[in-house]
Design a protein around this ligand. Sequence first.
Ligand code: TMP
Ligand code: ZN
Length: 405
Amino acid sequence: MPKCRICDGPVQEFFDFGRQPVSDVFPAPGEIGTEHFFRLAVAFCEKCTTVQQLEEVPRDRMFPTDYPYRSSGSTLMRQHFERVAAHFLATELSGPDAFYVEVGCNDGIMLNSIRDAGVRHLGVDPAEEAAKVAGAGGSRVHVGFFEESSAREIRAAEGPADLIFSANTISHIAYIDSVFAGAGVLLDHAGVFVFEDRYLGDIVEHTYFDQIYDEHFYLFSVRSVQAMAERFGFELVDVEHLPVHGGTMRYTTARKGERTPTAAVDRWLERERAQGLWELATYDSFAARVKENCDRLKETLTRLRAEGRSIVGYGATCKSATVLNYCGIGAESISFISDSTPEKQNRVTPGSHIPIRPAEAFRESYPDYAVLFAWNHAEEIMAKEQEFKDSGGRWILYAPNVHIV
Ligand code: TMP
Ligand code: ZN
């Protein structure tokens, strides 16, 4: 039986999505067939409750220098990170000569606010092209992966960090022991390591099965992060639930004994116990719902196409890779996917090979239906595309179940 990456305990596989491509590498038409495939299977550890994948994709395959994702593509996320930056500037970074390190800074959506406040900072990101965007505005970025060795180099060159922050990145890193070792080396004794990631409780509650893709190696819960922090000499001292990306949890960890845990930690632990997040049976019933949703989605699209309706997709998300490849949906159902990211346009979706076009293509001639793959930005997108709805168009969503609005 495979072993847990956190506690070495045995893990139970509860869903196998089969062979899936790396989700955030979009082949140009001439590159079709070059995708890297792996077995996307998720497992639960009954000992420490961590949900994790069973096959690790080589990191250079997932995060090449031309990694196309740009965090600043969403207005709501920009506003979110402005608030996060303001919070840290008033707290962890308010001392003299504070030093901020961000793991996975991408295009600087958060880092730039810290820079603008004149606080010493360093972003760490292997995606060179995204990092260049952050650097263009004057932010300092170390191009590379965050791990024990790079953390040692940063510590030697810059001194200790008061805050290591990371949004939507720590769960991507299978070799989490090296990340915590790096945080241990780099953080000031009183510093904190804070990270935000998609929350397992929301994924289970709303059947957000498409949050399972290569990059989300771990699906964190409060209990599993507590176990992880303890394993590596840290302590989970605070948690805060955030509405972004369909449900995110912010975890604050500190060196063991440095800070008193807030009541929120126990409150969320109790909630997780009541939700059944610590029991394998919960994941078995989640798996049954995933199969049901995929069957319904495939049936719905097939029926609409047979009735002569036109269908496109909206948002060439990583999440869509799991939906399209697992459900077996391709260009015969979805003629193209609209996406605002220039780096994805005129390419195709990995594995399913659906062309990606700019939003102008969507607006030029509205389809009858649009599958909203970027459902985590639904509010922003539906407001922006009100005309589609007004002209008779309908959105198709597939979680918590397949429905048309
Ligand atoms: P995400 O769900 O991983 O954040 O990816 C969202 C994708 O959707 C990303 O490729 C950008 C795209 N997008 C649009 O095309 N239009 C929009 O208005 C927004 C917010 C995102
Ligand atoms: Zn475990």
